[in-house]
Design a protein around this ligand. Sequence first.
Ligand code: NTF
Length: 839
Amino acid sequence: QILPNSSEPLKEVRVEDDRTGLSIETLKRAFADNLFYIQGKFPEIASRNDFYMALAYTVRDRLLRRWLNTAETYTRNASRTVAYMSAEFLMGPQLGNNLINLGIYDQVNQAMKELGLDLEELLEEEEEPGLGNGGLGRLAACYLDSLATLEIPSLGYGIRYEFGIFEQDIKDGWQVEITDKWLSAGNPWELPRPEWSVEVKLGGHTEMRADEHGHFKVYWLPDKIVKGIPYDTPILGYKTNTANTLRLWKAEAVESFDFYAFDSGDYLGAVHQKTVSENISKVLYPNDNSAQGKELRLAQQIFFVSCSLKDMTRIMAGQNVPLEQFADKFVIQLNDTHPSVAIPELMRLLIDEHNMTWDQAWGITKKTFAYTNHTLLPEALERWPISLFGRMLPRHLEIIYEINNRFLDEVRMKFPDDVDRLRRMSLIDESGERYVRMAFLACVGSYSINGVAALHTELLQKDVLHDFYEMYPEKFNNKTNGITPRRFMVLSNPRLCKLLHSKIGDEWVKNLYELRKLEGFVDDPEFRHQWRQMKQEIKQDVVDYIKSTTGINVNVNSMFDIQAKRFHEYKRQHLNVLHIITLYNRIKANPNIEITPRTFLFGGKAAPGYYMAKLIIKLINSVGDIVNRDPDVRDRLKVVFLKDFSVKFAQKIYPAAELSEQISTAGKEASGTGNMKFALNGAITIGTLDGANVEILEEVGAENFFLCGLTTEEVYALKAKGYKPWEYYKKDPELKLAIDRIASGFFSHGDPNLFKPLVDHLLGNDQYMLMADYRSYIDTQDEVSQAYRDIDRWTRMSILNVARMGKFSSDRSIRDYCEDFWKIQPVKIDLKQYVEATA
Ligand code: NTF
């Protein structure tokens, strides 16, 4: 029975209890109330989504109390705050995570059971906000979780895309994109705050004019104004009272400006303008690790950055903090260069709108910003054509020129008579068409520059940002990425958590280094048995899932070998495919060969415009079609492409993994974070010395990691001496056969043209050096197969991987940021105060 008994006297139900209480009885009552009064349904006609919404609102009520307490405390103390600016926040579903962080997962599970509902089913109902592409957006989300858990005052600032990352379907083996409709059923987690809307100027030109005191000033006369409306989502910490805010901006037309163009009679034109304004927050650009030089993308960047900075000045005014103290009140962390126009925008606000001098404004700006670089790939480094930039942001371009002039003077001073250095370091690339170099702007305008793994930071210093490292060595530092164990263990892997709980308690959830205590059990055969049992159960769930969604029968005793990440040539999913084909060829040559059964699972999206990445997806499905059906294989190999990889789906997959594929070309993957999620769930990594793999290897030990491939130095050296992929192909019969099979049309119904572009790439220039790494990869995979046959050895490796993952908690990353250069302290939130004050 869901509705409260109507004979119960209403006056005995205290409002406060229904909105804040955590007992099963109260939760049930609040749930029924929300179903009735918010969804407007009674149980008999309610859909599963109605039940989900009723539960979401029940949970949101409990968040709100903590949220308002937190906001009130920060306001009263005018607390120093981290503003994390990011074009992407890949949050994943909110309900389960909030239940975990509130500490009421079990109560709610029970409450739902008593109402005849299944919590798991309701969790499935949530459309996740896919407002990010991959690692960069997910990192931002993990950091918000850690910031709240560590009780650090913080705000996430970004864009409320109406359409997030596309949904992926597979048709005839090809990726097909479907628009993401995450908002269509409503979003119970956000609160619009129209009263805090702000206006953003775009286009037009600047003029010098005298102000009322006869002082000359620059005026920017835009040809367009857009309104930004903030939508707030509470971010609750794990078992703390801290609930910080994620503030995402939606673009709307300003009604008073250009909308009623009645004088020209152009009503439809005016409505068109409205559409153009709203386009700004319409859709997430679906590229990962490649810059999109589109006008609309620049509009998105200035839009959310300008809204956020104005929001910050509003907050300061509300707390009576003078603008001169901007850098004391806020540190702004730039999540890559996407928000780096914030640097000239803050300058503009301080100078043009708040009458500061250049020196005053610059002093504040370069004490406020800190820049995280997330990539070494040249095609991902943002540069904006001067013409486009000046058309949209004429005032910002002037400011950038002035920053550049002063900066180049500084360079000249430090390195006299070095003209080439000036050319290399200029914020304006003048080698052909002129561009603004956003990474350089971020370096000049920030007091800290960090990479996301030790190797990545080293390569930034040596290579991509070498001149800036020589100019400002004190600004550079490393902050190795991390992941939140709340979502990627507690929520996603309850079986593992239960086993851990029985041996080492739960301290590890807040202090991941506590997992080390597991090492004491690695020699206990009973424990190892339980460990295997647990993995088997998780794998069985995935087997059932695959059966029901694809019809493919997977052998639960085969090794689950998984590569789940965005599709990109540098990540080398096609190297993995070459291994599959090699094993298949060995079987074809000798059907009775001893082979360790494996299931190869792939997940991930390709950017819609990235032809080669899409062709690799097609190749996986084509190889799967052959391998999965060939009777000679006898079910020893299976290839499964899991479509529409998302945070929600990732949570199901990581726990089932036994082998984690992290095989990018050395020097290309800045960090990787999937590598951490797999290892934390007991998978063993086969990987190159790239990104954070280096540090994972260091932590777990070489005997618990399968290392393969060239090192970064070897990659550089080989390129320098002249790399000839063809030679590797000629010399290695297994490699040759694998490539020939693709080229001959064996996997494409006899069509040799389908995969020709891929084959040509590999044998032609092979930019990512698959041919050079093939032999090492295959030999290492053979070792993996050997190791898997020794069940005890494998289990020990798996346990030790989990035990040694402490370093990769995002709590550690955030602590490092706080202590090293954010210089910010936790603020305790007292829940009682507020209740007493309002009682
Ligand atoms: C990504 N960068 C990197 O490719 C990953 O290696 C890294 O783990 C994540 O950032 C998070 O740091 C990007 O997505 C971008 F935008 F920089 F190209």
